[in-house]
Design a protein around this ligand. Structure first.
Ligand code: PAF
Length: 285
């Protein structure tokens, strides 16, 4: 694989290769098996793949979070070597390359701006939309692959592509989990050992929701989920919502569930100093 840091180098090389479909996996680095599975699936589908590593400052509503975000370029490149081919590209630009001037664009995503992550991380999805649209303009991929762990982000990116008329096909790949069930995340490495030991409670609890829904209403399920997790010292649920996968409208009652729609239970938890998110599809039968 080749590592490039400027737009001009990347675009010159891609023009020379002229291969399609061009696959793209945007990341912020601190790579783990989840990212590698996205890159692997891009390699299976595309004769050339670009993986970007760029910690996007505009999507961090908390400056400390940006400062503490793990940056592990050397080990990221070692990991990528395991899945990328000689001809695939890693794009690792600096901030000036992506934002030559301040990006003042404002994006609006209807209901997606008014639920879950959007309420707890103001401005986050505007920053994601800025960087993803910029990266799409630079790379011009045919296929872009994202992880389903960032469930709302995936919905936002699908909405962005629809709004901008971009022809890129957006694919959401399944969550990759640690053996104990914790969803893989770059932030897991920042968890205190004691908090890390208890973190599987999040997946364990949301896994029970498909069963709970047979006997309890949504309000009761929300408090059962919150109580089970908040019982553990250091853990505090920010939200647990059951939403459809397109508009992400939170259900108030079971009667609102429609047979032709898919529903996901989405959760955010403050685990010690680190905020974790996860989600699971909720069966209807
Ligand atoms: O999911 C991420 O890692 C980031 O939000 C993304 C999509 C790479 C944009 O910076």
């Amino acid at each position: 694989m080749k590592v490039l840091s400027t737009v001009i180098e990347l675009q010159t090389l891609l023009r020379k290769m002229h291969l399609s479909p061009l696959g793209f996996v945007p990341t912020m680095g601190a790579l783990h098996e989840g990212h590698l599975s996205l890159a692997e699936s891009a390699v299976k589908q595309c004769p050339v793949v670009v993986v970007s590593i760029f910690v996007n400052p505009t999507q961090f509503n908390d400056k400390n979070d940006l400062k503490n975000y793990p940056r592990t370029l050397d080990s990221d490149l070692e990991l990528l070597k395991k899945v990328l081919r000689k001809t695939d590209l890693v794009f690792n630009p600096d901030v000036k390359e992506i934002y030559p001037g301040e990006d003042k664009r404002e994006f609006h995503f209807g209901n997606l701006d008014n639920v879950m992550e959007a309420l707890h991380r103001p401005g986050h999805f505007n920053g994601v939309a800025q960087v993803v649209s910029r990266l799409f303009d630079i790379v011009k991929p045919d296929i872009a692959i994202f992880g389903l762990k960032d469930f709302q982000q995936l919905a936002v990116i699908k909405a962005l592509v629809k709004q901008t008329g971009n022809k890129v096909r957006i694919i959401g790949n399944p969550i990759i989990r640690e053996p104990d069930g914790l969803a893989m995340s770059s932030r897991n490495r920042l968890l205190d050992p004691e908090i890390r030991n208890h973190a599987p409670i999040i997946y364990k609890t949301i896994s029970a929701v498909t069963l709970m829904i047979k006997n309890y209403d949504i309000r009761q399920i929300k408090s059962l989920v919150a109580n089970s997790i908040n019982n553990i010292p250091g853990f505090q649920v920010e939200y647990f919502d059951i939403v459809d996968d397109i508009e992400l409208i939170p259900l108030n009652t079971k009667d609102e569930m429609k047979k032709d729609k898919r529903y996901f239970g989405c959760i955010a938890v403050q685990a010690g100093k680190i905020r974790l998110i996860d989600n699971i599809e909720i069966g209807l039968d």
